[in-house]
Design a protein around this ligand. Structure first.
Ligand SMILES: *[C@@H]1O[C@H](CO)[C@@H](O)[C@H](O)[C@H]1NC(C)=O
Ligand SMILES: *[C@@H]1O[C@H](CO)[C@@H](O)[C@H](O)[C@H]1NC(C)=O
Ligand SMILES: *[C@@H]1O[C@H](CO)[C@@H](O)[C@H](O)[C@H]1NC(C)=O
Length: 574
C-alpha cells in the first residue's frame, strides 16, 4: 500500500513513531463505577471532605491486595523450586509495551506461555499502555483469567461482535451528555478488534480476590504533556485510585470524572469512561489529523464488516475501502509545494472533508434495507464527531486545588484530557519506579515499533529526571537495535529494579536486520485488523520468545528473592 508523501512528518513510519497514535488501540469499556471500596483495616479512612489523597505511598486498597497476593506468589515460587518465605517475596511486574494490535495480540501470547510455565502467579503487577492495555482490559473481564488463558486467546480469532450490538452500545452512550469521538473509538477497538463488548464495572476489579496480578493502567495528561513539568504528565489508574504518579495526588477511581473544585467534591458523577485513556494526542497538525481520520474510517469499515457474509454487502464494503485508499493514495505533493503552512493546513482540511464526504456518499448509495439503516445511523452519528475531532474530556480533580505541588497546567483547568501514554514512553515504567511499589524485577516484552531500545532509554532518562533508580544500560547494547537478541537482562544492583527486556522480532526468529524490519512492516499498526493467520503467527512468536527464555526469567526471579532476603537480613542487623 502506498502512502501520501507530503513531507517527512507524514510518512507512515514517522507518523507511527512520532505520534504512536495507532499504537493506542486501547479499550476499556467500563462505564459505571460502583460504590467505593470498604473494609480496609488499620488504615485511617478518608474523611468525607478529603477526597484527594496526597501521598507517595500505596492506596489502602492496593496495599491490601498486594499483601494477599504475596501468598499466591510464595506458593507459586515454591512450586517452581524457588525457596521463598512471606518475608522475602520479590515484587515482580510484567510491563507490556504499546504497539496496536501487534502488542495486544503478542501480550496474549506472552501471558499464555507464562501460564503454561507457571510464571503468571509470581507476578504481583501487570502494567500496560496503548495496545497492551487493550488486551489487559479484555483479560480482566474474567476474574480468573490467570488460569484461563486458553479461552482468552481463542476469543481473538472467535466470532466478531454483531454490528447491531455495537450500535446498541453506542445508542446508550449517545444519551449521555459527554458522548464523543472517544465512544466511537471504543467501539472500533473493542468490538472491531478485540471481538468483545464489555460493560463491566471497574469497581469489580477493586473488590476481587487476588487470583490475578494487580492491574495498573497508564495515560498522560495532554496539556501538561505539551506545556507542563514532568511531574504533571504521567497518570496512573488502578482499580482503587487514579492520579498523577509523580505529584502523588490521587482520587478514588470511582471519583475520576466527578466535578471537583479546590479539593471539594462539587458534583458526583458515578460514571467514568476509562476508554478515554486511549484518546490519541498531539494532533494539532491538520496533516496528521488527515491521516488519523483516514485511519479511523478504515477501522470503521472493519467494524461494519464484522460477521457479514453476504457477498453483495462485502463487495460494497470493499468498494468503500477502495474509495478511501484512492483518496489517500493520490499523489498531492505538487499541490503542497510552495504553499505556506496556513495554505497547507487548509488543503488538509479540505481533503479531510473529502474523506468524510466519500463515506457519506457511499452510505447514501447503499441499497435500501436494514443494512443501510444501520450503516446510516452509524455514519450519521460518527462522521460529525470525526470531523470535529472532539474527544471526551475528564473532569480535573485538581481544579483550583490549593497545593503548591500542582503545576499551572493542571491548576486552572476544569477538565483535562487523558491521552495515550505511549506518546511519552511506550512501556509504562513510571508507576513501577521508586520506593512506592518497590519493584525488584520487571519483565518487559517489547512489541513497539521504531527504535528497539527507545522505550528503555526514554525510561532511563525519565527516571533520572524524577530521581528514581534505574539500571545501567550499556551503550554497546544499543548498537544491536536493528537485529536485537531475544532477551537482555539489565541488572539492578541495589535499589534499581532488574529489567528483563524481550524484543518480539529478534535474532532467534529473524535471520537478519532486514527480516526484522520486514516483519515490523508486515505487522504494522497502520492497517486493517489482522487476519486469523497473522494473529496465530504473532501468538506463536510471542509464546516462543517467552518459552525460550524461561530459564533466564527463573534465574532472575531467584536472584530477586535472594536480594530481598539479604535486604531483610541487613535491615534486621542494623
Ligand atoms: C529450600 O530450603 C530448604 C530448607 O530450608 C532446603 O533444604 C532446600 O535445599 C532449599 N531448596 C533450594 C532449591 O534452595
Ligand atoms: C476468586 O474469585 C473467582 C470469581 O469470583 C472465583 O471463581 C474463585 O474461586 C476465587 N478464588 C479464590 C481463591 O477464592
Ligand atoms: C508525486 O509527484 C511528484 C511530481 O508531481 C513526483 O516528483 C513524486 O516522485 C511523486 N511521488 C510519488 C510517491 O509518486
Amino acid at each position: 500500500m502506498a502512502y501520501p508523501n507530503y513531507h517527512g512528518g507524514l510518512k507512515p513510519q514517522n507518523f507511527l513513531r512520532n505520534s504512536n497514535w495507532s499504537v493506542c488501540l486501547f479499550v476499556l469499556i467500563i462505564a459505571h463505577l460502583g460504590p467505593p471500596v470498604n473494609g480496609m483495616e488499620g488504615i485511617p479512612a478518608i474523611t468525607p471532605e478529603q477526597h484527594i489523597r496526597c501521598s507517595q505511598s500505596l492506596s489502602a486498597g492496593e496495599r491490601e491486595y498486594v499483601e494477599k497476593r504475596k501468598q499466591v506468589v510464595v506458593e507459586s515460587l515454591n512450586r517452581l523450586g524457588i525457596n521463598c518465605t512471606e518475608d522475602s517475596v520479590p515484587h515482580i511486574a510484567l510491563l507490556a509495551s504499546g504497539g496496536g494490535q501487534r502488542a495486544a495480540v503478542a501480550l496474549m501470547g506472552s501471558l499464555h506461555q507464562m501460564e503454561q510455565d507457571g510464571l503468571l502467579d509470581p507476578l504481583l503487577y501487570l502494567g500496560g499502555v496503548s495496545g497492551s492495555t487493550w488486551s489487559m482490559t479484555s483479560l480482566y473481564s474474567d476474574p480468573c483469567w490467570s488460569g484461563n488463558m486458553e479461552q482468552a486467546v481463542s476469543r481473538l480469532t472467535g466470532p466478531g461482535v454483531q454490528l447491531e450490538d455495537s450500535l446498541d452500545w453506542l445508542e446508550e452512550r449517545i444519551k449521555e451528555e459527554d458522548f464523543s469521538l472517544t465512544d466511537i473509538w471504543a467501539v472500533i477497538t473493542s468490538a472491531g478488534i478485540m471481538n468483545q463488548m464489555d460493560r463491566r464495572r471497574l469497581s469489580d476489579e477493586a473488590s476481587r480476590n487476588v487470583t490475578n496480578p494487580y492491574p495498573i493502567y497508564s495515560a498522560i495528561e495532554k496539556h501538561c504533556y505539551s506545556h507542563g513539568p514532568i511531574e504533571g504528565k504521567w497518570f496512573e489508574i488502578t482499580p482503587h485510585e487514579s492520579g498523577f504518579t509523580e505529584l502523588g495526588l490521587f482520587v478514588k477511581t470511582s471519583h475520576l470524572g466527578s466535578r471537583f473544585q479546590a479539593g471539594e467534591l462539587m458534583e458526583e458523577r458515578p460514571e467514568m469512561d476509562m476508554v478515554r485513556l486511549q484518546v490519541p494526542g498531539q494532533i494539532d497538525d491538520a496533516g496528521d489529523q488527515y491521516l488519523h481520520v483516514y485511519h479511523i474510517l478504515i477501522k470503521l469499515t472493519a467494524l461494519i464488516r464484522a460477521n457479514i457474509r453476504d457477498p453483495s454487502r462485502l463487495a460494497e464494503l470493499d468498494n468503500l475501502q477502495r474509495i478511501l485508499e484512492d483518496e489517500i493514495n493520490q499523489n498531492r505533493s505538487s499541490l503542497l509545494e510552495s504553499k505556506s503552512p496556513e495554505e497547507r493546513q487548509q488543503l488538509f482540511q479540505i481533503w479531510t472533508l473529502e474523506l468524510i464526504r466519500a463515506v457519506e456518499t457511499w452510505s447514501e448509495s447503499l441499497e435500501e434495507g436494514l443494512f443501510k439503516k444501520r450503516v446510516s445511523w452509524l455514519t450519521k452519528h460518527a462522521l460529525p464527531l470525526i470531523l470535529k475531532w472532539e474527544w471526551g474530556m475528564t473532569r480535573n480533580f485538581l481544579y483550583n486545588y490549593q497545593d503548591s505541588a500542582v503545576p499551572p497546567c493542571l491548576h486552572m483547568k476544569e477538565s483535562f484530557l487523558l491521552i495515550d501514554a505511549g506518546l511519552l514512553i511506550n512501556v509504562p515504567y513510571p508507576p513501577f519506579l521508586g520506593d512506592k511499589r518497590d519493584i525488584d524485577l520487571i519483565i518487559a516484552p517489547e512489541y513497539s515499533a521504531g527504535n528497539m531500545f527507545e522505550t528503555l532509554t526514554l525510561a532511563r532518562d525519565y527516571a533520572a529526571k524524577v530521581k528514581k533508580p534505574f539500571p545501567k544500560i550499556d551503550d554497546k547494547v544499543l548498537e544491536e537495535k536493528d537485529w536485537p537478541k531475544d532477551c537482555y537482562v539489565f541488572e539492578g544492583k541495589q535499589k534499581e529494579p532488574t529489567i528483563i527486556f524481550m524484543p518480539l522480532f529478534n535474532r532467534q526468529n529473524c535471520k537478519d536486520a532486514e527480516e526484522v524490519s520486514k516483519k515490523m512492516e508486515e505487522y504494522s499498526t497502520f492497517q486493517l485488523p489482522f487476519t486469523p493467520d497473522k494473529i496465530e503467527f504473532l501468538l506463536e512468536t510471542a509464546k516462543a520468545n517467552m518459552k525460550n527464555n524461561k530459564d533466564i526469567i527463573l534465574r532472575e526471579v531467584h536472584k530477586a528473592v535472594q536480594r530481598r532476603e539479604s535486604r531483610r537480613n541487613s535491615d534486621i542487623s542494623s
